[in-house]
Structure formats: structure tokens, C-alpha cells
Design a protein around this ligand. Structure first.
Ligand SMILES: [Zn+2]
Length: 317
């Protein structure tokens, strides 16, 4: 069963919000759109494994997507972790196109597209590092040892995998559709139960508690100042940042449609791009509202706030 769902990556949400709020002529739009495109392709690739994973018996395997854990010295990320009573399995999902060649003498991975060759770090080494880090993490949290397996999963069925016949990584890099068959082989290999069901639940609970999603400051990373962003409330119908506060609702100055809740998306953009907290004055400025009283009413829907009157800060949840 799925113990942790896959969610839209935070960085993807941040890049989308940034693109929504950068002027059309902004010099960084193209490079941000390119990054967003690649992240979306990666996310689509990760979702490609959901179907083959759905064939694993629900009462034997627990699936946790998108994990970021701290091993005592480094954070490490796992695309998908499959836990059972006999072994744990790390799936590292790759979205490569073209032909992938595992080269033996230097253990590189070479990608060929349109006869153009390009070298990439061999993802099997990344996987080995993740396996070691997970082992260390289990030990650090006094969890009984369990065999840790790993697979590099190529999400696109059209991608061609090539290698020399005896390459040591030949069974570690697979197409997504093979996952259930390989997992069955692994369960035969690890015939002895290492954990009770309670130990499995404890390990899952700990993993969920310790998961620390990476919350980057996207403006800092892209070297963009808050002042460069377009302020205002986006119209949910024509997508322009063209809504003006009217009596108890938002009116679009371009398509003339109205919305009562359009400011929620704007405040979410503020949270993704600038800060998790906002003051009345900051909200007035960002939502382009003049009245502090109207702004206060809109912000009072936030359950978490601290301070009083002019110094009140609202937590954007
Ligand atoms: Zn509109």
C-alpha cells in the first residue's frame, strides 16, 4: 500500500509561481521555463512507475514516494522507497531519452540521441550511495538491520538500454514495467523475515516524521529581486494578473468575470516566492488593495497569526 503519496515537487510549484509573476520581457524567463520543463518531465517520469508498482501485493509492500532524510552528515533524497518485512528497495527514477549505453572499462553511462554521444554520471553509483546512506540512517535511528536493494528505473519504455554482456550493472538498471518481476525475484532471494509488521510500521512512522522537504529560496537561487515580480491577483478565467477588489469579490478588468476566492492563489504565490508569513501592509502591497480593513478581513481566514493590531503577522497555510 502507499504509505506516502507523491506530491508535486515544491521546486516545480515555485518555478511555476515565478513564471506567473515575471514580466513577459524579463531576461530570465526562457531559462526558468526551460528548468520548469525539465522538472515537469522528471515528475511525469516518476509517475510512470505508479502503474507497475500497483501490481505489488498491498499487504506485503509499503511504498513511500519523495523522501529527503538526514543521515547525520548529509541529506539524501529517495524517489521511491519500497519497504517489506524481508528487505527495503530504493527506486531511483531516470527519465532519459534515446539510447543508454553502460560502458564497462570506465563504468560511464553514455547517452546517444541523433548520433550525438554524451557522457553522464552512472546512476548506479548514485544508487549505491543512497543505499549506504539509508543503511546508516536506519542504524542511526536504532532500527534493526534489513537488506537494502536498489534499482535505477528508466521511466520511458522507448529508451533503449545497451551494455556489454557481463557488465556488473546490467541487472540494476531496468525499465519500469519490470519492477513487479524483479521485486518477486528479490523476495525469493530474501526468504527470511527480518522485521515484524510492527517494526515495519515503526520504520514507516519514523521515515514520515524525519522527512524534511527542501524549501529553497527560489528568488535567491535565480538572482531575482522581489521588486521584479508582478503584483496583483490572477484571474482564474483569463489567467491575467488583472483582478481588482470590488464589493466582497474580485472583478477582472479584462474578461469582466468575478471570483470570491482569487486571493488565495495570490497568497500562495507569496508563500512560494517570498515568505510563509505576511503582514497587513505586505498583503496590501502584493494584492494591490488600498484598504487595511478589507485586507484584514481577507487575512483573517488564516488560522495562525501572532501579534496584535499593526504588528500582526499572518501565517500562510
Ligand atoms: Zn479575467
Amino acid at each position: 500500500m502507499i504509505a506516502k503519496e507523491r506530491t508535486i515537487p515544491l521546486k516545480l510549484q515555485k518555478l511555476e509561481a515565478l513564471l506567473r509573476r515575471l514580466p513577459h520581457q524579463h531576461a530570465k524567463r526562457d531559462s526558468i521555463a526551460e528548468k520548469l520543463y525539465r522538472l515537469k518531465a522528471g515528475y511525469r517520469g516518476e509517475r510512470e512507475i505508479d502503474y507497475p508498482l500497483s501490481f505489488l501485493p498491498e499487504d506485503t509492500y509499503w511504498i513511500l514516494h519523495d523522501l529527503r532524510l538526514f543521515d547525520g552528515s548529509h541529506y539524501f533524497q529517495i524517489d521511491t522507497l519500497v519497504i517489506s518485512q524481508r528487505f527495503a528497495l530504493i527506486l531511483e527514477v531516470k527519465n532519459f531519452k534515446g539510447v543508454l549505453v553502460l560502458e564497462e572499462s570506465f563504468q560511464q553511462m553514455i547517452r546517444i540521441i541523433d548520433e550525438k554521444k554524451e557522457g553522464f554520471p552512472n546512476p548506479v553509483f548514485q544508487l549505491e550511495r543512497q543505499k549506504n546512506q539509508l543503511k546508516k540512517w536506519f542504524a542511526f535511528h536504532h532500527i534493526a538491520p534489513i537488506p537494502i536493494e536498489g534499482l535505477v528505473v528508466i521511466s520511458r519504455p522507448q529508451t533503449i538500454l545497451q551494455s556489454t554482456p557481463n557488465h556488473p550493472h546490467i541487472h540494476t538498471m531496468i525499465h519500469a514495467e519490470k519492477i513487479p518481476f524483479i521485486v518477486r525475484e528479490m523476495s525469493q532471494l530474501h526468504s527470511k523475515k527480518k522485521w515484524s509488521k510492527n517494526q515495519v510500521y515503526e520504520a514507516i512512522k519514523l521515515t514520515l516524521n524525519e522527512h524534511a522537504p527542501l524549501d529553497i529560496d527560489i528568488l535567491e537561487q535565480e538572482e531575482i529581486l522581489p521588486i521584479e515580480l508582478i503584483k496583483g491577483v490572477q484571474c482564474p478565467f483569463c489567467d491575467e494578473l488583472s483582478m481588482k477588489r470590488g464589493w466582497g469579490r474580485w472583478d477582472c478588468l479584462l474578461c469582466y468575470k468575478t471570483s470570491k476566492t482569487a486571493h488565495y492563489a495570490a497568497l500562495n504565490d507569496y508563500k512560494l516566492l517570498i515568505s510563509h508569513t505576511i503582514s497587513n501592509q505586505q498583503a496590501r502591497n502584493f494584492l494591490c488593495i488600498e484598504s487595511p480593513i478589507v485586507t484584514r478581513k481577507l487575512l483573517l481566514t488564516s488560522p495562525a497569526r501572532e501579534g496584535t493590531n499593526r504588528h500582526r503577522i499572518y501565517h500562510l497555510t
